[in-house]
Write a protein that binds this ligand. Structure first.
Ligand code: T1G
Length: 653
């Protein structure tokens, strides 16, 4: 295979260029090319060596597609030791993203420079791994223990400027990176610069108690994942022994994580998320419609969050409401959300203000005459939605995309309320819409290819993970949630308590147990939806008797202060004996015998219910592939990525 790494001498500087699209990952070919180049530089006339990448980014990590297969020489840690041992100064020149093994390569170099827009990070924890090529040993020696723990346990990238502040980046290069890096290399040579091994630096002072603090903090939020704890142990090893001892510890823990089912699940989700963005039968170059302005119908919680998604991506938004009061209420929800994001440090005040300025409101549909796309986000009344789409059909310009945020309804029936069903699509956001990453893109039977391609690309622009679903009641996620919810109701009647079910599912890894989820969403939502269904459509009353009784007692969930649990002012749940009594009464009424239920049985039946419906959805072609279902549940329903999603979990247990 042709080498994707080239080496040339430019006056007194050797230049190693990597050109391995799409992200210059450290595949075997790249590693071999790097080893050959650095070896060549040891004996030529160069005084220094610059490593630079072509394409959109510096090395974005080890090649994840090689994981789980027999390792191929040269191994990355050995290669990086060779780079660090170079007799010539090695300078890493970073643009785009230096991530994982890519940043570790830069840390093995003696000096690092970057363009201002570059990002650096060690995201291995998001793959259930830890940095396995010296990141946990070299980074603490350069940036200190705390910064290293933050970067490796969060997996979040930082800017080049932040990297410079903590000692990981030595120089910011404005203008052309390659030219700037070569000039800097020559300045270092002229200044008598020497090799500077990261592995020989001393870890700056730190408080040893920090490791205990991080272990405690991580244990509380890692939902049973092993990698975060192993990262702390590896970084701690950087402070207790020689570099070689620390590297041996890192390797031991890395192999443990690599061979874990958790990492297999998280790697599956990495690729499934990218696969989900591809639509079978739709050409990659399908033309897309321009979307620079959006209308949002409805200023409720969902409408407000959706408006923020687009404004945060620089797209102007017109929010529609039926009255000035309702509009005021809708815009104030947005103001509150932005204030909250600024308070939590998620957005700067300037950024929040500039985004908010892109959102305006109206009560006149004429305001939507020129927008490129409209998203309807009113409550789940099919007649109201059809009436709105008929109105949009009147006022919107030809070619405008008409989308509905319905969570359940028949998108084909909504499209049929217009004369342009090819322009109609479902865009099902998840609450809170400005935070949740999942977007179910519902393809109607007449939805045009360019509408689909446009919405999939737009989803990426507004930082969502799109998954295509066909039309059925509840699409992929909510359709599977029904048998999942019904199973929880059966388990309650048979003898499990709300807190037992929730604790079993949360211990297993779900972000939140089912009964707490239903209380958060509001029990009245399901109750109203059931009112529109016939007894036959509602199915076995065991599946909904208890929530119906709770709603009829005014227990809507968190919003009314009680549901399956009682809630205090801080919305903390407390088990309520009144609910246990109500469940026992319903069980007797429905003839369900009560018994001991184990946590294992709870988990087994709940997950099986999800998987069984997932299989039907695949058979019907509602979802393109099982990985799509996994992405829906991980990004929309708090399913643990470390189990790979319901379908992957079932296929691999
Ligand atoms: N290996 C293999 N393929 C990769 C890859 C990687 N590291 N990163 C991306 N791709 C593919 C991806 O599947 C997609 O393919 C295409 O590149 C574009 O990606 C020893 C153990 C860099 C921020 O975790 O976060 O180093 O679908 O759609 O939105 O310590 O990709 O087109 O066929 O995501 O512009 C650590 C993973 C690895 C970074 C670009 N590194 N990548 O985002 O494009 S573990 C990571 C990303 C490691 C060492 C350890 C993002 C990106 P396809 P994309 P993007």
């Amino acid at each position: 295979m042709a080498s994707v790494v080239s080496y040339e001498l430019e006056r007194n500087v050797g230049v190693i260029s990597i050109d391995s699209p799409p992200v210059n990952a450290l595949s075997q070919v790249v590693r071999q090319g790097l080893l050959d180049a650095i070896s060549e530089a040891q004996s030529d006339a160069s005084d220094a060596v610059v490593i630079v990448c072509d394409g959109r980014t510096f090395i974005a990590g080890a090649d994840i597609t090689e994981f789980g297969k027999p390792p191929m020489e040269p191994l990355l840690p050995d290669l990086l030791d060779t780079i660090e041992a170079s007799s010539k100064m090695v300078i890493a020149a970073i643009h785009g993203t230096a991530l994982g093994g890519g940043l570790e390569t830069a840390l093995a170099a003696h000096y690092r420079c970057a363009v201002p827009a570059a990002k650096i990070g060690l995201p291995e924890v998001k793959l259930g791994l830890l940095p396995g090529a010296g990141g946990t040993q070299r980074m603490p020696r350069l940036a200190g223990v705390k910064a290293s723990l933050d970067l490796t346990t969060s997996g979040a990238p930082i800017s080049a400027e932040e990297g410079q502040k903590i000692g990981l980046i030595d120089k910011i290069i404005d203008g052309d990176l390659r030219t700037g890096a070569l000039n800097w290399a020559r300045e270092l040579v002229a200044a008598g610069g020497a090799v500077r091994k990261s592995s020989e630096q001393v870890v700056p002072d730190f408080d040893p108690a920090i490791f205990g603090e991080y272990r405690e903090k991580l244990a509380a939020r890692s939902r049973g994942q092993i990698a975060p704890g192993h990262i702390v142990t590896a970084v701690e090893a950087a402070t207790t022994g020689s570099f070689e001892d620390g590297m041996a510890k890192e390797r031991e823990l890395f192999v443990t994580c690599m061979n874990s089912s958790q990492s297999a699940g998280m790697r599956h989700i990495f690729f499934a998320e990218r696969q989900a963005a591809k639509i079978e039968g739709l050409a990659k170059d399908t033309p897309k419609r321009a979307v620079e302005s959006v209308g949002v119908i409805g200023g409720g919680t969902m409408g407000g969050g959706i408006a923020m998604c687009f404004a945060n991506a620089g797209i102007t938004v017109t929010m529609m409401e039926i009255s000035d009061e309702a509009l005021e209420r809708g815009l104030s929800i947005i103001d509150r959300n932005y204030a909250g994001s600024v308070k939590r440090g998620k957005l700067s005040a300037d950024k929040a203000a500039s985004c908010r300025a892109l959102i305006s409101g109206s009560t006149d549909y004429a305001a939507l005459a020129d927008v490129d796309m409209v998203i309807e986000a009113v409550f789940e009344d099919p007649q109201l939605k059809k009436k709105i789409f008929a109105q949009l059909d009147e006022v919107c310009k030809p070619g405008a995309i008409l989308a509905t945020n319905t969570s359940y309804q028949d998108v084909n029936a909504i499209a049929a309320a217009t004369r342009r069903p090819e322009d109609v699509v479902g865009t099902h956001f998840f609450s809170p819409a400005h935070i949740m990453k999942l977007l179910e893109v519902v393809r109607g039977e007449k939805t045009a290819d360019d509408v689909l391609a446009t919405v999939m690309a737009l989803a990426k622009k507004i930082r969502k993970v799109p998954v295509v679903s066909g039309v059925c009641y509840g699409f992929i996620g909510n359709r599977m949630l029904r048998p999942y919810g019904k199973t929880a109701q059966l388990l309650l009647l048979e003898g499990a308590s709300p807190q037992q079910i929730d604790a079993a599912m949360e211990t297993w890894g779900m972000a939140m147990g089912p009964l707490r989820v239903f209380d958060l969403a509001g029990l009245d939502i399901g109750y109203k939806a059931r009112q529109a269904l016939s007894d036959e459509e509602k199915g076995d009353p065991k599946g909904y008797r208890v929530p119906d009784l709770l709603v009829e007692l005014g227990r809507m969930g968190q919003k009314s202060g009680s549901g399956f649990y009682a809630y205090d002012d801080a919305r903390q749940p407390t088990p309520d004996p009144a609910v246990d009594g109500l469940i026992e009464m319903a069980a007797a009424d429905l003839g369900v015998e009560r018994r001991q239920v184990t946590d294992e049985e709870i988990v087994e039946r709940m997950i099986s219910a999800l998987v069984a419906e997932g299989r039907k959805i695949l058979e019907e072609g509602i979802a393109q592939r099982s990985g799509d279902i996994d992405v829906v549940y991980v990004y929309g329903y708090g399913f643990p990525a470390s189990r790979g999603g319901p379908m992957f979990f079932d296929d691999h247990q």
